[in-house]
Design a protein around this ligand. Structure first.
Ligand SMILES: Nc1ncnc2c1ncn2[C@@H]1O[C@H](COP(=O)(O)OP(=O)(O)OP(=O)(O)O)[C@@H](O)[C@H]1O
Length: 611
């Protein structure tokens, strides 16, 4: 409201200025007896200028605050939405490309609420007012100087749509650049150890050159539009001077009217020219907004039931009934099936028609993709009773990690169902469900922040005493308390200052503090050396007490004591039972077990395994 009021006030000077100039020339300098004096006119001018300075200052202030708040709001909404999306969303996108939407696109969208663009809205109102003044001064001259506008409109419409398409390519190419950059920067050790710096730089240059090409074509189109509007403006002025000058010479128009007419004409063409100049920014911001909505429009495929069942605490009885699941991965492909596909490059997007009479409503053309399906699980059945340890073993790619993803609902099953305490887990409130579960992975992510903050991530209000106890049970207290700042030690991004075993034990402390009923350990000890493994295994044993635990482990030594061992093969349960039952059966488990024994024999591991 304040912006509109201030914006309208801002019109006062440009609209009344030429009129006062006319009075100054015709009445004051022309010494007519209209009663206007030089002092009066100058006083009004001075007041108008002062008003203009104050109003512009206030308006710019209000607008930049509004713009910044709007952008922060959009960014928050986007982040909130992204957090709700399931793993399917993250599977088919690079981290950098998601980042590019949250950072680049939201920044770009800010330009739409920035001063230039809001000025455009006010400028358009100014155009209407200026046209009224022109017609009131001389309608014939007005018609003559404005006839060129329809041609300008058509040029604008057609160039504008092309600028929009070029801007889409610019932003998509930037997304590709971000995707590769984030991946390579996170994996810099690999890049450096394979001496791939130059190759990576060449790849970056290729992507960057394409970005420059797309940007240049948007700028080129915008520049052409700018020059066309400049020519239109000059033509109007030429017509005014030549025809208007002749009218003054013949005595059909006063000198003051002609000068006022030319000033109003400037105010009519001025905004048109300014609009042409900022148009590339507007079109770019519009594509940024399109891209933000593309993400906001993605419906989370794992979502809460309409009237979810709340859980205070659960028993931890888990049953899988006929569960099947297929991964659907979207892969980019070239538009032309015969072309060689380059995943680094976005081809130029062009509007479908070559000429438009009206500004078209164009939607971004989705980049062509193909869907690759991979059946990961077929008809899985098993029952984990409260407090049991269930080990999942089997060859690589058998579907073990996929299976446990359904318990915290990182994905939902395609067929069949997973039951918790006899009720389909989809019926529970998803946040309550996840409160019952803790996950410890092979490579646990710790966030930048203090050790305390990391352990208390699931319970930020946990008393210090409980954090100590969790750390002690996780065999983490000893090494943390040796550090100068103890639990206040700040860890780098992803906990890089810690060893694998230390990270693992902090992750176990984090899970312990959550006190979950269901525990998922995915290869939790496989990356550790013998000493760390002993400490971590001890910590895990503490963690597993009285909880339904799912353990995925390649090393069978860690699973021999499980209540149930589920042997997976090619997405199916090949066999299930205890260690002894499975050995007696002489199937896949026995094979795997014997292979491992053979591999370990020189180190005397047999005794360890059987102890
Ligand atoms: N996000 C994904 N998108 C597409 N396919 C996937 C995805 N994750 C896993 N797969 C495929 O699903 C199958 C099962 O994978 P999963 O990770 O569950 O196996 P796993 O038994 O845990 O293997 P490993 O022991 O090597 O970790 C594999 O063929 C794998 O390629």
């Amino acid at each position: 409201m304040a912006i509109v009021a201030l914006g309208l006030l801002q019109f006062v000077v440009p609209l009344t200025g030429p009129w006062l100039t006319k009075i100054l020339i015709d009445d004051v300098l022309g010494q007519s007896d209209s009663g206007w004096t030089l002092q009066r006119v100058v006083t009004i001018f001075a007041s108008l200028y002062a008003l203009s300075v104050v109003v512009t200052f206030a308006r710019n202030n209000v607008m930049s605050r509004l713009g910044a708040r709007m952008v922060a709001g959009i960014r928050r909404q986007l982040y909130e939405h992204i957090q709700k999306l399931s793993q399917r969303f993250y599977d088919s996108r690079q981290v950098g490309s998601i980042l590019s939407r949250v950072i680049n696109d939201v920044n770009g969208a800010q330009n739409l609420v920035g001063s230039n663009v809001i000025n455009v809205a006010f400028d358009l109102i100014m155009v209407v007012f200026a046209a009224c003044f022109l017609f009131s001064l001389s309608w014939k001259l007005a018609l003559l100087s404005l006839w060129i506008l329809p041609i300008y409109y058509l040029t604008f419409t057609n160039l504008n749509v092309r600028i929009r398409f070029a801007s889409r390519s610019v932003n998509r190419q930037m997304e590709r650049i971000s995707g590769v950059l984030v991946e390579r920067i996170s994996g810099m050790k690999i890049v450096q150890s394979f001496n791939r710096e130059q190759t990576e730089l060449a790849r970056f240059d290729k992507q960057s050159d394409q970005h420059v090409n797309h940007s240049m074509s948007a700028q080129m189109l915008s520049n052409t539009l700018g020059r066309i509007s400049q020519t239109v403006g000059y033509s109007g002025t030429l017509i005014t001077w030549s025809v208007g000058g002749a009218l003054v010479l013949k005595g059909h128009m006063t000198v003051g009217s002609l000068i006022a007419f030319n000033a109003y004409l400037g105010q009519l063409y001025g905004p048109i020219q300014r609009f042409a100049e900022v148009n590339v920014t507007i079109q770019n911001a519009m594509t940024n907004i399109e891209r933000i909505f593309e993400v906001l429009d993605i419906e989370p495929d794992v979502k809460n039931a309409d009237n979810p069942v709340r859980i205070g605490s659960c028993k931890g009885d888990i049953r899988f009934e006929n569960v099947s699941f297929t991964y659907e991965t979207e892969l980019p492909v070239p538009k032309d099936p015969k072309a060689v596909f380059d995943p680094d490059i976005i081809e130029r997007q062009k509007p479908p028609k070559s000429f438009y009479w009206l500004p078209p409503k164009t939607k971004p053309d989705p980049l062509p993709t193909t869907t690759e399906s991979r059946i990961a699980l077929k008809g899985i059945n098993f029952h984990a009773k409260p407090g049991q340890v269930i080990a999942l073993v089997g060859p690589s790619g058998a579907g073990k990690s996929t299976l446990i993803n359904f318990i915290p609902r990182f994905y939902d099953v395609d067929e069949g169902a997973v039951y918790l305490d006899g009720r389909n887990i989809k019926e529970y409130d998803i946040y309550d469900l996840r409160k019952q579960i803790a996950v410890v992975l092979q490579d646990n992510i710790l966030f930048s922040g203090t050790v305390y903050e990391n352990i208390a991530y699931g319970r930020p209000d946990a008393p210090m005493q409980e954090v100590y106890e969790a750390a002690k049970a996780a065999n983490a207290h000893d090494f943390v308390s040796k550090w100068e700042k103890g639990y206040d030690t700040v860890m780098g991004e992803r906990g890089v200052r810690l060893s694998g075993g230390q990270k693992q034990r902090l992750a176990i402390a984090r899970a312990l503090l959550k006190n979950p009923r269901i525990l998922i350990l995915d290869e939790a000890t496989s990356a550790l050396d013998a000493e760390s493994e002993e400490l971590v295994t001890e910590a895990l044993n503490n963690l597993m007490k009285n909880r339904t635990t799912f353990v995925i482990a390649h090393r069978l030594a860690t699973v021999v004591r499980a209540d149930q061992i589920i042997v997976m093969d090619n997405g199916e349960v090949a066999e299930a039972g205890t260690h002894e039952q499975l050995l007696r059966k002489g199937g896949l488990y026995k094979d795997l077990y014997e292979k491992q024994l053979k591999a370990m024999r020189p180190k005397g591991m047999k005794q360890m395994l059987l102890s």
